[in-house]
Ligand binder design. Structure first.
Ligand SMILES: Cc1cc2nc3c(=O)[nH]c(=O)nc-3n(C[C@H](O)[C@H](O)[C@H](O)COP(=O)(O)OP(=O)(O)OC[C@H]3O[C@@H](n4cnc5c(N)ncnc54)[C@H](O)[C@@H]3O)c2cc1C
Length: 390
């Protein structure tokens, strides 16, 4: 069995973009996974993208296959914010640039095979590859507070665990968290006639774009914010240069990262949440099942009886939760608390094993959490592989 040059695991925005860039450099590549699976099947129905249109493009070498190009080709009216379905369809249109280099099968296992890697696919077929790029997203990294450990998904689910918000009509739902996913899910469930309450640890909610006038001062705004709009004034500019960020000491990188992605909701959410009950400065201390219902004891002494809890508690990167990676590989990958340590070309400490997307954010900064980071990641990876052999 002849190995392929590069196998990319995951066909989300990062995997698809990287695949198109490598192909354009004449590198033999195979991208594995169902295109846009996470966005199509795990995000709540009716969601709007938080990122601005210019920061919601997948990346190709000539910047020809943009969201604008997709809308023009499919005669769709451009809209901002971008609806989830439009973004999923855009990704599926974009994936045609990969032709037969896309293989929709899931990779069950990755291990070393002498100097190469061996991938076992869902139907048992084995594929060898000289290099592997992990672009598998954050799906397995969902955070679940321990008080909810004993509950099934029927009673306690995560914001990134399903699409259908209508099934909650008439139900009492507590939503835990204060970030975009929690607040947007609250708005969607409220509009689907659920009885919603948001419970947030933060003492107050943060809203993105509160000082929108700062974004409308022409060239001065461009000095303050990059078009990606990741992070607050000033930090936004720095974040746009992941190579520069990667040269900073880890402690400073971590500060920039946490400041750039603190929990906050988009500016279109406050109006939609006007009649939703929001309890801030409060955590859930205990959760008990009472038949089909759940009793919540809150840190302020209050109690709630609900039918369902939705966790908008974010995720924590931990590559040992990529259960397709062999234990040997996981042990060999040098890490900072679950994130792989990466150097130029998104190389991990295991030769010819690369990581792109959120797992690269601790090395290259918070841009890598977002679709906007696909351009840097794909160009950096492609130029490294073109220079350093196949
Ligand atoms: C609720 C929510 C809202 C968000 N909104 C925005 C936004 O507005 N703008 C923005 O820029 N970012 C947003 N993000 C962040 C977003 O997840 C990332 O920007 C983007 O998905 C990163 O792309 P990716 O390719 O790394 O990951 P993903 O889109 O998760 O793609 C990874 C893919 O790999 C597949 N995969 C995993 N394991 C395997 C395997 N073993 N074999 C084959 N395939 C595999 C998965 O099924 C998945 O489809 C949001 C995230 C969430 C959870």
């Amino acid at each position: 069995m002849k190995p392929c040059d590069v196998a990319i695991i995951g066909a989300g925005p990062y995997g698809l973009s990287a695949g198109v860039h490598l192909r354009a450099k004449g590198i033999e590549v195979r991208v594995f996974g169902e295109p846009m699976d996470f966005w199509a099947n795990k995000m709540p129905e009716g969601m709007l993208l938080r990122s601005p249109r210019v920061a919601s493009n997948l990346s190709d070498p000539d910047r020809a296959f943009t969201l604008d190009a997709y809308e023009a080709a499919s005669k769709k009216e451009p809209s901002a914010p971008v609806p989830l379905d439009t973004f999923v369809e855009y990704g599926r249109w974009f994936r045609h640039q990969l032709g037969s280099d896309l293989d929709q099968r899931v990779v069950l296992h990755v291990d070393r095979d002498k100097a190469d890697f061996k991938l076992t696919l869902q139907d048992g077929e084995e594929v060898r590859s000289t290099r592997v790029v992990i672009a598998a997203g954050v799906g397995p990294f969902r955070k679940k507070p321990t008080v909810f450990d004993s509950f099934s998904q029927q009673q306690v689910s995560h914001c990134y665990e399903g699409r259908d918000v209508r099934k909650f009509a008439g139900k009492r739902v507590a939503i835990i968290g204060a970030g975009q996913s929690a607040l947007e899910t609250a708005a969607l469930l409220h509009e689907a006639n659920a009885k919603v309450e948001v419970i947030a640890r933060q003492s107050h909610l943060n809203w993105i774009g509160k000082h929108s006038w700062l974004h409308h001062m022409g060239p001065i705004s461009s000095l303050l914010y990059s078009s990606h709009d990741v992070g607050p004034l000033g930090i936004s500019r720095l974040v746009a240069y992941p190579k520069v960020v990667s040269q900073l000491p880890l402690r400073l990188r971590d500060k920039i990262r946490t400041r750039a992605v603190r929990p906050a909701g988009s500016r279109w959410l406050p109006a939609r949440l006007a009649s939703v009950k929001i309890m801030t400065g409060c955590t859930v201390l205990k959760a008990n099942a009472v038949g089909d219902e759940i009793d919540l004891k809150l840190s302020n002494g209050d109690e709630r009886r609900v039918d369902h809890v939705v966790l908008g508690t974010g995720y924590r990167v931990d590559i040992s939760r990529y259960n397709f990676l062999s234990q040997d590989l996981i042990r060999e990958i040098k890490q900072f608390d679950g994130y792989p340590k990466l150097t130029s070309g998104f190389r991990s400490s295991v030769p010819k094993l690369h990581f792109i997307g959120a797992t690269a954010a601790r090395s290259f900064g918070p841009l890598l959490y977002f679709v906007a980071g696909t351009d840097f990641a794909s160009r950096e990876l492609a130029s490294h592989l073109a220079k350093n052999g196949r």
